[in-house]
Unconditional design. Structure first.
Length: 469
């Protein structure tokens, strides 16, 4: 039956498996940007990194993608068992690295052997990163041992990079007074948001294309809307419902998914009652708008809202909704290969035109400062319906990265087409690097395909000027 199911929809493999498969890694909805930021944090010796997200938001998939994305000189230790004791985690790391330990070995002896090995690895030009899955379930003593591991360093560099993946409960665990020292050693925090309705449409299309589909869209807009409200934007639920909906359509000999097939999938799902309740809440929020309503409903149910609000430079801050945004993040593009015909840009940035000189931005390099000031008039005067390509967005803590990117872009492209903006958000300051001025989204997408390979690696995506106002 599986072979008939695939043939029915023109697929070469199942598109909505819930087991992580990096060929199906969706780089939209900020996943690709988070992956790039994780690679940067690990390879730039940035200490402990934390990634949090609700059950089913794709943390394990992101972890697997990170493992494949890291360069060859990085040795990876993956710990999937959160119940390791304080001693066990040392033995587990030593075993993964192939460190020979004396028998029996005390904890202090294991620590010493690990440090000797890490110094040797560092001397050979390699790095070691430990990826800890389900970190929210780790005992407090084991988390304390992680802190001690983070102290292993040479004169100038950490010998061990640590990346923790966990559910939002990890933030509550780290808020404990006895774990304050560990919390203060976390240099980067990333939060995976549930997908919005528009992002779900892109996600479904991407997974189907990755599985070989080349025909018209299978999921109707009405089906996507119902699936969005039922899944709460959680990718695991999206996969389960989408797979069941495809099976229902196959059984009825249909080739498009309508709300009828999605309702069948909801009834057949263990979380169906929750999904139906969410759908009713979703529909009553019509005055807000379907996409925003999904985000708000998800926020009520899982107690979390990602970073979406910001305020302009040198203007009074407008009180935004409660947020849980990453403290430091580099954001690049959102789409993988073969983007859909209509790419929905991310939510609007606030006005990016500085009202006064950048006297409060000592972090900016000379190139960035010059670009921001030179771009102010363009941002203020250009028709809001015009399009540009977003090359990168970054917190001001990564001002050096932005400075280097601008220099690189100026060498590879026409410098007059490279622009930058600087904004204030609730958590601090943010920078953006953009390229070009295009009449339509299609023109911007066509220009993106013609960019030099070094720039295309940033996965630039089209946005409208009005999104910066």
């Amino acid at each position: 039956m599986a072979a008939m199911y695939l043939e029915h929809f023109g697929l070469t493999e199942p598109p909505f498996r819930i087991t992580p498969h990096t060929d199906f890694f969706f780089s939209g909805a900020n996943r690709g940007a988070t992956l790039e930021a994780l690679v940067y944090a690990v390879t730039s010796d940035e200490g402990i990194v934390k990634v949090s997200g609700e059950v089913g938001t794709g943390k394990t998939m992101l972890c697997r993608a990170l493992m494949e994305k890291l360069p060859d000189n990085v040795s990876i230790v993956y710990l999937a068992n959160p119940s390791l004791s304080r001693e066990d985690i040392l033995y587990a790391i030593a075993a993964e690295l192939g460190v020979t330990l004396p028998e029996p070995a005390r904890t202090s002896a294991v620590q010493r052997k690990l440090q000797e090995y890490l110094i040797e690895i560092y001397g050979s030009g390699r790095q070691v990163v430990v990826l800890i899955d389900e970190a929210h379930a780790m005992p407090a003593e084991t988390l304390e041992e992680i802190r001690l591991l983070s102290n292993l360093e040479s004169n100038r560099h950490k010998l061990l990079q640590l990346v923790m993946f966990g559910q939002p409960e990890i933030n509550e665990v780290l808020a404990r007074p006895d774990l304050r020292q560990l919390r203060e050693r976390i240099t980067h925090n990333f939060a995976l948001e549930p997908l919005t309705k528009d992002e779900i449409a892109q996600y479904l299309a991407f997974r189907l294309r990755a599985a070989g589909h080349r025909g018209p869209e299978i999921f109707s807009p009405a089906a996507v809307k119902l699936l969005a409200s039922a899944s709460l934007g959680l990718t695991r639920r999206i996969n389960i419902l989408a797979d069941k909906a495809l099976l229902a359509a196959f059984a009825a000999n249909r080739r498009q998914i309508t709300p009828r097939e999605v309702r069948v999938a909801i009834r057949d799902s263990e979380f169906g009652s929750v999904a139906r309740q969410s759908h009713r809440q979703f529909l009553t929020a019509g005055a807000i708008g379907a996409g925003i309503a999904l985000v708000l409903v998800a926020a009520v149910l899982i107690g979390w809202i990602g970073e979406r609000q910001a305020t302009p430079i040198d203007t009074p801050a407008v009180a935004p909704a409660a947020q849980a945004a990453p403290a430091t993040r580099i954001e690049t593009a959102q789409q993988g290969s073969e983007p859909p015909a209509a790419v929905t840009p991310p939510p609007a940035e606030p006005a990016a035109v500085p009202a006064t000189p950048l006297r409060d931005w000592p972090e900016l390099g000379p190139r960035t400062t010059a670009k921001v000031q030179a771009s102010a008039a363009w941002l203020a005067q250009t028709d809001g319906e015009r399009w540009f390509l977003q090359l990168a967005r970054a917190d001001v803590a990564q001002a050096a990265y932005v400075e280097g990117l601008i220099g690189k872009a100026d060498e590879l492209l026409d410098p007059t087409d490279i622009r930058a903006y600087a904004i204030r958000i609730k958590e601090g300051k943010r920078l953006g690097v953009i390229y070009g001025d295009f009449p339509t989204q299609a023109a911007a997408q066509a220009a993106a395909a013609e960019l030099p390979s070094e720039i295309r690696q940033l996965n630039p995506y089209p946005r409208q000027v009005q999104r910066l106002r």
